[in-house]
Design a binder for this molecule. Sequence first.
Ligand SMILES: CC(=O)SCCNC(=O)CCNC(=O)[C@H](O)C(C)(C)COP(=O)(O)OP(=O)(O)OC[C@H]1O[C@@H](n2cnc3c(N)ncnc32)[C@H](O)[C@@H]1OP(=O)(O)O
Ligand SMILES: N[C@@H](CCO)C(=O)O
Length: 344
Amino acid sequence: MEDSTHLFVSPEPFPLESGTSLPQMQVSYCTWGTLNAAGTNVIWVCHALTANADVLTWWPGLFGAGFYYDPADWFIVCANVLGSCYGSTGPLTPAAPGAPAPYQTFPLVTIRDQVAAHELLCQHLGITQIHTLIGGSLGGQQALEWAVQQPALFEHLVVLATSARHSPWGIAFNEAQRMAILADPTYHAATPEGGQAGLQAARAVALLSYRTYDAYGQTQQEETDEKLTDFRASAYQRYQGQKLAARFDAYSYVTLSRAMDSHNLGRERGGAAEALARIRAHTLVLGISSDVLFPPSEQQFLAQHIPGATYAEMDSRYGHDGFLIEVEQIAHHLAQFYATALAQ
Ligand SMILES: CC(=O)SCCNC(=O)CCNC(=O)[C@H](O)C(C)(C)COP(=O)(O)OP(=O)(O)OC[C@H]1O[C@@H](n2cnc3c(N)ncnc32)[C@H](O)[C@@H]1OP(=O)(O)O
Ligand SMILES: N[C@@H](CCO)C(=O)O
């Protein structure tokens, strides 16, 4: 199996939904496997907030040799989203060779802009048919938006722990995280390391929406009744903040959280239900019983309004992040879904 990372550079300035444009736009992407002669074996993966194009690394147990989506059978494509920091154009990318990076002046990027970048890459790769488009969370938002825009392109759509429109609750979590980042004075200095302390705090806030009371209880319980300070849960929050800050930057984080807030399938389409009704792909919506960020009610709404969609719910103690972790359950639901879709 060959892991191949590539760069697609758009030959034209890239227009954004906000009305401005990026003078240059590039997308970093990975592919695995081989496109078959009929062009019918494409699995396109849209990643979530802080991941990258290397789906074999961040979705282990689902993608890779011997797993559900095996590159021996499929041509797997995953692109780093516009606005991120893993090779695609983002706040740390100079607007022109030798120019300074835009940092906090990087323009608003929406989910629709991210999908427009995927669409350009898809055309560049000569892909005219996608067997399955799959994504969770922010990745699910992209997948839904793309499936609404291009109903004929997708045979199957699999979305996990996502929504038709980012909720007030989700926006509030994102705003709390941006407040933490913007309160870090180094953010305003516009350097690659700017806002790192704020970013650590933001990740600690975000984790409260990704996990659950029970998960913290099971993994961070103290073994003694005698402590007054230095709790395990505190160390965990700090560690997770440092872990993200070591691989991400605050400017991209703010950009992607704003993209997430922008998500609304119903914008200029007469509402979310009407937009979802445009989808033609066989669709599986997977919810997670303990997800407090994208609760099952949001998944049920998707399944109710996508024609013929299947809804299934996974039990997980991990909450929202279960979509990255519960790979055996996901594989089980995928097998059932494809079997049913084949029979139709
Ligand atoms: C280059 C790259 O990394 S690519 C990007 C990788 N990440 C992504 O793609 C984003 C998607 N993935 C994720 O969000 C996460 O990896 C998840 C949700 C899948 C799993 O989260 P994790 O942080 O691995 O799991 P979990 O919450 O159990 O935490 C375990 C970590 O916390 C540490 N930890 C646990 N309790 C404590 C504590 N009390 N104090 C300090 N550290 C602690 C563990 O030692 C472990 O550390 P490690 O990650 O260095 O091994
Ligand atoms: N844990 C995920 C965010 C939740 O969708 C990530 O870091 O990308």
